[in-house]
Design a protein around this ligand. Structure first.
Ligand code: F0G
Length: 482
């Protein structure tokens, strides 16, 4: 839906759905939030969801289902082998993507595991526009290497470029020349590039990059986990595509690739995953991994109820009204924050709004985790849970020194169809309050630091009593009950 027009006020993004089932939220008073944050070791991953007002950690597995998705669950055909639900899911994906060879898997990283297992040999290179944490980990685990060849402009946080996820074709050519096509396991393009702010890739760029790969006999792989947002941006930002339907665009994209995989925790509004394989022989070779790691070939670790809901979810993903809402809410949030000179990634992408913590709390040194500190402060001052995407999420160098992240971001995810505009306005208001009090935010240091993926379970403490002072100031402005 193009923006709904207003005649007496500036337009705001509209929810093209109404709420039918609700979950009660609790807004703990700030003093209690401080206690909860201390108990969670200043790590928002360790908070209990019941203590959170706005859970903007991720859009993964927390998107709202529609009435039709829930209704569909009732007709799930429970069978270990040969479930009718599986065939319905396969047919729906074939209708949308034009590929009927479906390998089901329990989530996105399971697909990545299987693809890497089949194609990556030690010393191989995988070309990507940008990595995602799990997509890279599966390649490096097998002795492969990832070359991230997104255009330089993609990493500039404040920009007006419509397609910051585009891959640099000259860099791809140079990489193929340097490494040799036979040493390149595949080209992986991530639609709605997650780690640079959910930034889209254009159809034109996907076509050119996959053409290049094909000329050299390199396998092409699409990560479609965030495709729904990317489809919206192609239709609204790519001039040559504006008159095409979402289904037409999806099919044009799919036709470019040898293989497509997705996390259905994002794509399809449910929980699950799948790989579509164009080549019949390769498809059959890969089946072994499903039975070994995921489950039988007709469920692959997914609940059939969830699969039945996904079939409807895939259809809803082809509905422009449905996929518009997320990007429009994010654009609104980014625009409002930007207008108040709060450092955010622009233009707004899919998935969520991204705050540039390196600028927001420029007085906190990287070794004291600016994005981690800001994430903790946002919970204290509003009950909002975002996700740290910065130095805290990196692993240390072999000599024990910190590996300083190239970008320090706090991601405020917008799970699809979950939050209303008033909740979005609340978040904007609290971020602004925090920005006005940013000098009060201090750093963090580890008290328990796991060796791998430390951001998930590590425990930290503030370097001073800044949280107490910040909360006292917050209470002065908002009262004891919020
Ligand atoms: N690809 C992309 C682009 C993703 O964003 C994710 C997950 C995956 C693959 C892996 O899928 O979680 O189902 O195993 N992103 C989540 C996030 C975790 O919070 O951004 P998964």
């Amino acid at each position: 839906m193009p923006e709904i027009k207003f005649c007496h006020r500036n337009p705001v993004p509209m929810e093209m759905h109404k709420v039918k089932i609700v979950q009660k939220l609790t807004l703990l008073p700030a003093a209690e939030r401080l206690k909860k944050m201390e108990e969670a070791g200043f790590n928002t991953f360790l908070l209990h969801n019941g203590d959170i007002f706005m859970d903007m950690l991720t859009d993964s597995g927390v998107n709202a289902m529609s009435d039709n998705m829930q209704a569909a669950m009732l007709r799930a055909d429970d069978a270990y082998a040969g479930s009718e639900t599986f065939y319905r899911m396969r047919d729906k994906l074939e209708e949308i993507f034009g590929i009927g060879n479906l390998l089901p898997a329990h989530q996105g990283r399971a697909c990545e595991h299987i693809i890497a297992q089949h194609f990556v040999k030690p010393g191989n290179v995988v070309i990507m526009n940008y990595h995602f944490t799990t997509s890279k980990a599966h390649v490096t685990r097998l002795g492969g290497r990832v070359e991230e060849l997104v255009k330089d402009e993609g990493l500039i946080t404040r920009s007006t470029l419509p397609f910051k996820g585009d891959i640099d074709l000259d860099k791809v050519k140079a990489c193929i020349e340097k490494e040799g096509a036979e040493n390149i396991a595949y080209l992986r393009l991530e639609a709605g590039t997650n780690l640079i702010g959910g930034q889209p890739i254009s159809y034109e760029n996907m076509k050119a990059a996959t053409d290049l790969a094909k000329q050299h006999g390199i396998m092409t792989l699409l990560d479609a986990s965030l495709l729904q947002d990317n489809l919206y941006f192609i239709k609204t930002r790519e001039e040559s595509m504006k008159d095409k339907s979402i289904r037409e665009i999806t099919r044009m994209i799919a036709d470019l690739f040898d293989m497509i995989y997705f996390s259905a925790r994002k794509f399809g509004f449910g929980r699950g995953g799948g790989i579509l394989v164009r080549d019949e022989a390769v498809f059959h070779e890969m089946e072994d991994y499903i039975t070994m790691f995921e489950g039988f070939l007709t469920y692959g670790g997914m609940s059939v109820k969830e699969m039945e809901a996904l079939i409807v979810g895939f259809d809803e993903t082809m509905d422009f009204d449905v996929i518009s809402q997320g990007p429009q809410f994010i654009a609104h949030c980014v625009k409002e924050l930007d207008a108040m000179d709060i450092p955010v990634v622009t233009p707004g992408g899919g998935l969520g709004a991204h705050i540039n913590a390196r600028e927001f709390v420029s007085h906190i040194k990287s070794e004291e985790y600016p994005a981690g500190s800001l994430t903790a402060a946002l919970y204290l001052c509003g009950g909002i849970r975002g996700m740290e995407r910065g130095t805290l999420s990196e692993e240390r160098n072999p000599d024990g020194s910190e590996r300083i992240a190239s970008v320090e971001m706090v991601r405020l995810a917008f799970p699809r169809r979950v939050f209303t505009l008033s909740q979005t306005e609340y978040v904007i208001d609290r971020v602004k309050w925090l920005y006005d009090h940013r000098e009060m935010i201090g750093g963090l240091r580890f008290v328990h630091e796991p060796k791998t993926l430390r951001f998930f379970t590590g425990r930290l403490e503030p370097v001073s009593d800044w949280p107490q002072k910040l909360v006292a100031e917050y209470i002065k402005d908002f009262g004891e009950d919020q």
